[in-house]
Design a protein around this ligand. Structure first.
Ligand code: BES
Ligand code: MN
Ligand code: ZN
Length: 466
């Protein structure tokens, strides 16, 4: 999508002028005020729309009046939602070029651009008939920089959503590694079976062993001189989660191509860094594999040794994500970074607890968690802190190994967090469970059904403000 900045949006050629209307106020367009507000009593409540033909009164054929709600409550989150909504409305009437006529107290270029790109998204690669899209948006009173940054965020989200929407036969461990190696300015090391084995990643390899698709351990690096901070981000990269020998029922397996949404987020963030070149050292880590049932699968009762030497009795092969993350967390703990963040579609229990409205977050540093939550709030990604009471560890007790990989179903999201903690050493750490928010089965706010690009906005912003 092209974004163009002009000084006067009111007299430009376009298909639709999108005119913002604060509740109880007037628009900048006489014709809209006369027809929408005076004649039809349109109020401008947040998200309400009113479409008006102009019949030659102005160069644009139509005006879409869109309610912004109360002026003093309007902010960047609302701008993003409004922009997505406007784009979706205009797709329906097959408009291609829009002009945004908004009067805001902030530079709305960034949020309007991300919103427009989120709203314009469709995964139609495999459809003969393509979705209707808006091609161009004209804006005024916005800076070039805000548009550039908005585009980079929008691109990153599109990349992550595409990758998680792709079938597992496309988004394989090998494909994720190929992408990781293709990013400008990112140094990437991909380890294959032998190297992974030599690194001592017995938990990761056990999960991978049931699939003919070879595992890939992916380590991406963004280096810079005198970094202000060093951060490692880890994404769960289960390219397909069948459950393994503890196989999932069909309805639960249906969307399990998305079990690499954390990896898609990490790839998208690393890919976007070139646009910003932050003075932060960033490591992107993915232990990519499939969890499949076969004659070579790992089995309930197996005892695995993770990279830090701790032993794990396999209680359920469907709790595979925490096994792959265990080795990735050990690896990240040895990098000498200040902070480690993992992002994972980890537990159905997190989805039961928080629904599709919020991701769960936990970790070992309250301040870091608070900063992540705040960053998410400002960017339309809600996260909710879940507890890590030491008692949760009791249910992971094993008679024959250091721990089991699953415990009680109750408190499942926290139990998974407590399990992961065993593999974090001497570093600040936060764990984000995106099981509920990574993939929607119906539209929600500016997002359509399918992959959401969860975590991209939060992690990229978090890194940029480090
Ligand atoms: N990938 C799933 C978690 C998941 C469930 C993500 C639903 C998205 C939507 C994970 O690997 C899993 O299977 N977890 C099990 C753990 C259980 C066996 C302790 C679960 O949540 O049922
Ligand atoms: Mn699973
Ligand atoms: Zn999984």
């Amino acid at each position: 999508m092209e974004i163009k900045i002009v000084s006067d949006v009111r007299n430009t050629e376009c298909d639709v002028i999108v005119a913002g209307l604060y509740e109880g106020e007037q628009t900048a367009h006489e014709i809209a005020n006369t027809y929408a507000i005076e004649k039809d009593g349109f109020k401008g409540k947040f998200g309400q729309t009113y479409l008006l033909q102009t019949y030659g009164a102005i160069p644009a054929a139509k005006i879409l009046v869109i309610g912004l709600g109360k002026r003093d409550e309007f902010n960047e989150n609302k701008m993003r939602e409004i922009s997505a909504k406007a784009v979706k409305k205009c797709q329906q009437i097959k408009a291609k070029t829009l002009a945004y006529d908004f009067e805001t107290s902030f530079d709305y270029g960034w949020s309007a651009t991300i919103g427009a790109m989120i709203g314009n998204y469709a995964f139609d690669k495999y459809k003969s008939e393509k979705a209707d899209r808006v091609d161009k948006i004209i804006m005024s009173n916005v800076s070039e920089d805000s548009i550039k940054s908005g585009k980079a965020f929008g691109d990153a989200m599109t990349f992550a959503r595409d990758l998680a929407n792709e079938p597992a036969e496309f988004a394989t461990p090998e494909k994720l590694a190929e992408y990781a190696k293709s990013f400008d300015g990112i140094e990437t090391e991909v380890s294959d079976y032998e190297k992974i084995k030599n690194m001592g990643m017995g938990a990761f390899l056990a999960v991978a062993q049931g699939s003919p698709k070879p595992p890939k351990f992916i380590h991406m690096k963004h280096y810079c001189e005198n970094p202000k901070k060093k951060i490692a981000i880890i994404g769960k990269g289960i390219c397909f989660d069948s459950g393994g020998l503890d196989i999932k029922p069909p309805s639960s397996m249906l969307t399990m191509k998305d079990d690499m949404s954390g990896a898609a987020c990490v790839l998208a963030v690393m890919r976007a860094l070139k646009e910003f070149n932050p003075q932060v050292e960033v490591h992107g880590i993915i232990a990519a594999c499939e969890n499949m049932p076969s004659g070579t699968s790992y089995k309930p009762g197996d005892i695995l040794t993770a990279k830090n030497g701790k032993t794990i009795e396999v209680d359920n092969t469907d709790a595979e994500g925490r096994l792959t993350l265990a080795d990735a967390l050990c690896f990240a703990s040895e990098l000498g970074v200040d902070e480690v963040i993992d992002i994972a579609t980890l537990t159905g229990a997190c989805m039961v607890a928080l629904g599709t409205v919020a991701a769960g977050i936990m970790g070992n540093d309250d301040d870091m968690i608070a900063r992540l939550i705040e960053t998410g709030d400002k960017n339309g990604e809600t996260m909710w802190k879940l507890p890590m009471f030491p008692e949760y560890k009791d249910s992971l007790k094993s008679d024959i190994a250091d721990m089991k990989n699953t415990g009680s179903r109750n408190g499942g999201a926290s139990i998974a967090g407590v399990f992961l903690k065993e593999f974090v050493k001497d570093v600040k750490w936060a764990h984000i469970d995106i099981a509920g928010v990574a993939y929607l089965d119906k539209p929600q706010k500016e997002l359509i059904k399918g992959a959401t690009g969860a975590g991209v906005r939060t992690l990229l912003n978090y890194i940029l403000q480090a």
